[in-house]
Write a protein that binds this ligand. Structure first.
Ligand code: BYC
Length: 312
C-alpha cells in the first residue's frame, strides 16, 4: 500500500515536469534502468577516446593537434560526469568498470569501427558528435536531475566538437582531389554506423517503453534518428558531400528526408562483440586499467592516511 502511494506520487511528480533527485523515493526499475543507461553512456565516452586518440600524434598541424587533444580530454571529463551521476544511484565506480571490462556492460557500437585516415577525425566530430548531440539534447531534459545536468554540460562541449569536425570536413571537401576523395570515402564508411548510434527501431527497442514512461527518454530512437538525418543532409550538401544511400530522398509532404534500410544484422553483430574493433578496444581499456592501478592504489593510501591524521 505504502509503495503504491509512493509510486502514484512519483508519477504525479513526473507528470508535473519535476526533476527527480538522488535522495527522492524512486521505483527500483527506474533506478536500475538509469544505472544501465548512464553507465553505458559513461563507458561510451571513455572507449570513445580511443579511435580519435589514435590520431593525436599524427594531426596535420599544431592547431589541429591542440583541438583534438582538447576534444579527447573533454570525452574523459564526460565519462567522469556520467560515472558520478550513476554513483548517485548507489552503484560504485569499480563495479561499473568491472562490468565494462568483463564484457557485461555495453558501450556505443560506433566506437568499434577503425579510424583509418585523418578524414575520419573530421567525420567523427561532424557525424558522431552530431548524432550524440541530437540524442543528448533530449537527455538533458530527462527526469533524473544528475543525468540531465551532466548532459547539459556535455552538449555544450559537444557543440564545439562538432564544429571542429565540420571544419576539417569542409577544409578537405574544398581541398585537392586526393583530399576530396579521402573525405568522401570516410563519410561512406561512417554514415550507416552513425545512424545505428540511435539504437534499434522503435518496434525492436525493449527498453524504450519503460524509459519513455519514466520520462528518461522524451523522443523515440526512430524520431531522433530522423531528426539527425534531417539536420545532416543539408550540411553535407553545403560541402558537396554525398551519403552512400541511393534511397535518400526528400519527401515534400512530410518535410523529412527518407532513408534506406539500416543493416540491422551488422548492428547486432557489433553490439554482441563481433565488430571490426571490439577486441582491440577492450584490450586497450584493460591495459589502461592495469597501467593505472598504481595511481588508484596511491590515491587510496593517501586518502586513508589523511583520514587517520584527521581523526587523531
Ligand atoms: N550501441 O532498448 P534499446 C559520444 C543496446 S559517446 C551499443 O533501444 P535504450 C562521443 C541497448 O543498450 C555518447 N548498444 O536501449 C564520445 C540495449 O542493450 P541492454 C554515446 C546499443 O537504452 C567520444 C539494447 O541495445 N551516447 O558522444 O532504450 C567521441 C536494446 O536497445 C546501441 C549515449 O550513450 C548502440 N548504438 O536506447 C565522440 C547516449 N543502441 O542495455 C562522441 C545514452 C542500443 O538492454 N544512451 N543498444 O543490454 C541512450 O540514449 C540509449 O541507451 C540508446 C539505446 C539510444 C543508445
Amino acid at each position: 500500500m505504502e509503495d503504491e502511494k509512493k509510486l502514484a506520487e512519483f508519477q504525479t511528480r513526473l507528470k508535473n515536469g519535476e526533476s527527480i533527485e538522488p535522495k527522492d523515493w524512486m521505483p527500483e526499475r527506474y533506478r536500475k534502468q538509469l544505472v544501465r543507461m548512464i553507465s553505458q553512456h559513461a563507458h561510451s565516452e571513455i572507449v570513445g577516446m580511443l579511435p580519435e586518440g589514435n590520431w593525436i600524434t599524427r594531426a596535420p598541424n599544431l592547431r589541429r593537434k591542440m583541438a583534438l587533444l582538447a576534444k579527447v580530454q573533454d570525452e574523459a571529463g564526460h565519462g567522469l560526469y556520467l560515472y558520478s551521476a550513476a554513483e548517485t544511484l548507489g552503484v560504485d565506480r569499480e563495479s561499473m568498470i568491472n562490468d565494462l571490462l568483463s564484457g557485461k556492460a555495453k558501450y556505443s557500437s560506433i566506437f568499434n569501427y577503425p579510424t583509418l585516415t585523418w578524414a575520419d577525425i573530421g567525420v567523427i566530430g561532424w557525424l558522431v558528435d552530431g548524432a550524440a548531440i541530437v540524442n543528448q539534447t533530449m537527455l538533458a531534459k530527462s527526469s533524473y536531475g544528475p543525468y540531465s545536468r551532466a548532459n547539459l554540460r556535455i552538449c555544450r562541449e559537444e557543440n564545439f566538437h562538432k564544429k571542429q569536425g565540420y571544419e576539417i570536413v569542409a577544409t578537405l571537401a574544398n581541398g585537392t582531389d586526393a583530399q576530396r576523395k579521402m573525405i568522401q570515402e570516410s563519410v561512406n564508411r561512417w554514415w550507416w554506423p552513425s545512424l545505428m548510434m540511435f539504437g534499434p527501431t522503435d518496434k525492436d527497442s525493449p527498453n524504450s517503453a519503460e524509459l519513455t514512461k519514466w520520462k528518461v527518454k522524451i523522443h523515440s530512437n526512430d524520431d531522433l534518428r530522423q531528426r539527425f538525418v534531417d539536420l545532416t543532409v543539408p550540411q553535407a550538401k553545403a560541402v558537396n558531400i554525398t551519403f552512400p544511400d541511393p534511397d535518400l530522398k526528400f519527401n515534400e509532404e512530410t518535410g523529412h528526408w527518407e532513408f534506406g534500410e539500416i543493416d540491422w544484422n551488422e548492428f547486432y553483430r557489433v553490439i554482441k562483440g563481433y565488430g571490426p574493433m571490439n577486441r582491440e578496444r577492450m584490450n586497450a581499456r584493460k591495459k589502461a586499467h592495469e597501467d593505472g592501478r598504481w595511481v588508484r592504489e596511491a590515491a587510496e593510501a593517501y586518502a586513508k592516511k589523511k583520514k587517520v591524521l584527521h581523526e587523531n
